[in-house]
Design a protein around this ligand. Structure first.
Ligand code: ADP
Ligand code: MG
Length: 472
């Protein structure tokens, strides 16, 4: 077996490892760090994984590599370690630094559908007056391509206002919402609109991770003056996924200073995060309160109508005929987020083009078999709490209460255990849903229930029954 031969077994194990890690670290961290990893092979007791950038490698090595090894060796004892290397996905550049003026459009962040390519090729670099440090913008993420509905109309209106205003209407604009609901899309749309309308205005768009990375690099190279200089003349500063700065002391401090300096000079700031400013973990109070000062706009979970609208718009962009019944079916079934919805449509379209057959509801069901099942199984912590409370005949409010009598504490532990098993929520998130308990309490509950299941068969049956009802 060569190094590059992976094999179904290893692929399966890798998928399982990813899923376990996902439930441990939560969806946001999973999307940022685990999803971009690719399995390259297994050789000599080492599993080889690649990531697209050096920064990711350093981060994964610092935070996740040990855990990956433990999870993997639990599935396959012959794996002793996990080896992380860098392998760029395609010719994606990390920055637009040193991009010659005559080069084509800025690099895009994700592979494009064929139909979008011409759009990009038609664009010119002079459209964009981003400065060096700025991250790449995805030319598909425009206001025109954004489908507006009840859940996102406020965020959309706020984003448009910032993009079109000659002076700063509110500062900062803080966009927040769950994964895959369109935050990055709106941010790119703002940046591209401003750059196109007035090429003299400078816009910096950065992920918070990159901000952090640049700052740490500047600290190491002892040129924080240069770092600060990069932001001095910017008209619009946009930082995406700012939750990643939480808990990072020095970076947060620097961000705070940069932020204040720019606000004082009347420059526009746009921030996105997965939570509201007040819910951001590890964020200093003074920074939270500054973030709260401008306009805070949240993007809610999608509705059926919005999902259907998005599918129709995407099908149009892809220039394919998709039966309305199939779109209705997908809009009903895939409720998690827009990214998954879009992915599902792309998969069905790609499949039909590959096998040269028309798209039908039946083929869609077949192609999306795994995805549909995953969406079916999605239960919420609230449902678990309700079901468990009624099963054990206690009040729903006891799930959050401080009461410690065993008659309520045990069911509560069962609910925490099921929340861990059946949702992708992290331990701290679960703890919060149970009356603001600590993640160690949840960990303890999970362990306790596992122990009891081993030694008490009627308890084990209870838990199994509940699980089946919830998965139903
Ligand atoms: P987030 O940054 O909130 O995690 P993204 O902005 O990356 O989410 O959106 C995920 C995908 O869904 C992108 O491809 C984006 O274009 C698409 N998307 C999200 N919301 C909409 C919308 N309202 N209309 C069209 N596409 C959308
Ligand atoms: Mg995003």
């Amino acid at each position: 077996m060569t190094n590059e031969t992976i094999g179904d077994l290893h692929e399966d194990n890798w998928r399982q490892v990813c899923e376990s890690l996902r439930s441990e670290i939560g969806e946001a961290a999973y999307q940022s760090w685990v999803k971009p990893m690719t399995i390259r092979g297994v050789a000599d007791g080492a599993a080889r994984i690649s990531v697209p950038t050096r920064f990711m490698r350093d981060w994964v090595v610092a935070h996740y590599v040990d855990r990956l090894g433990v999870l993997w060796s639990a599935l396959d004892a012959s794996i002793a370690c996990v080896d992380i290397s860098i392998q760029p996905e395609r010719s994606i550049k990390a920055d637009t630094e040193n991009t010659p003026a005559a080069s084509p459009a800025p690099p895009v962040t994700e592979p494009m559908a064929a139909a979008d390519k011409s759009q990009v090729d038609n664009r010119r670099a002079s459209d964009i007056s981003q400065v060096g440090i700025s991250g790449p913008l995805d030319s598909r993420f425009t206001f025109d391509n954004f489908v507006v509905g009840k859940p996102n109309e406020f965020a959309y209106a706020a984003a448009r206002r910032v993009a079109e205003a000659a002076s700063v209407p509110f500062n900062p604009l803080f966009l927040y919402g769950g994964v895959g609901l369109g935050k990055t899309h709106l941010m790119h749309a703002i940046a591209q609109h401003i750059c196109r309308q007035d090429p003299k205005r400078t816009v910096i768009y950065l992920s918070a991770e990159k901000f952090m990375y640049r700052f740490i690099r500047a600290l190491k190279e002892q040129n924080t003056v240069d770092f600060k200089d990069m932001f001095r003349n910017v008209d619009v500063l946009m930082i995406d996924d700012v939750q990643f700065i939480g808990g990072k002391g020095a970076t947060q401090e620097e961000f705070f200073h940069t932020f204040n300096a720019l606000v004082d000079q009347g420059r526009q700031i746009v921030i996105s995060a997965d939570k509201s400013p007040s819910d951001l973990e590890g964020m200093e109070e003074r920074l939270q309160s500054r973030l709260n000062c401008g306009l805070v706009a949240d993007i809610h979970a999608t509705t059926y109508e919005l999902r259907l609208g998005i599918l129709q718009s995407k099908a149009e962009q892809l220039k394919v005929d998709v039966p309305p019944k199939m779109m209705e079916f997908l809009a009903h079934k895939i409720t998690s987020n827009v990214r998954e919805l879009e992915g599902a449509l792309n998969r069905v379209v790609a499949h039909s083009q590959l096998v040269g057959r028309e798209i039908t509801l039946e083929t869609a069901q077949e192609v999306l078999h795994d995805l549909l099942r995953a969406n079916d199984r999605r239960v919420t912590i609230e449902e678990i709490q309700k079901q468990v409370a009624s099963h054990f005949n206690i009040r729903g409010s006891d799930m959050h209460s401080a009461r410690r009598a065993r008659s309520v504490a045990r069911p509560r532990q069962v609910a925490m255990y099921l929340a861990k098993q059946l949702t992708s929520r992290s331990l701290p998130e679960i703890g919060r849903k149970f009356g603001g308990r600590d993640h160690t309490t949840v960990m303890h509950a999970v362990k306790k229930v596992e122990e009891l299941r081993e030694c008490d068969s009627s308890f084990a049956e209870d838990v199994e029954l509940l699980r089946r009802m919830l998965e139903g």
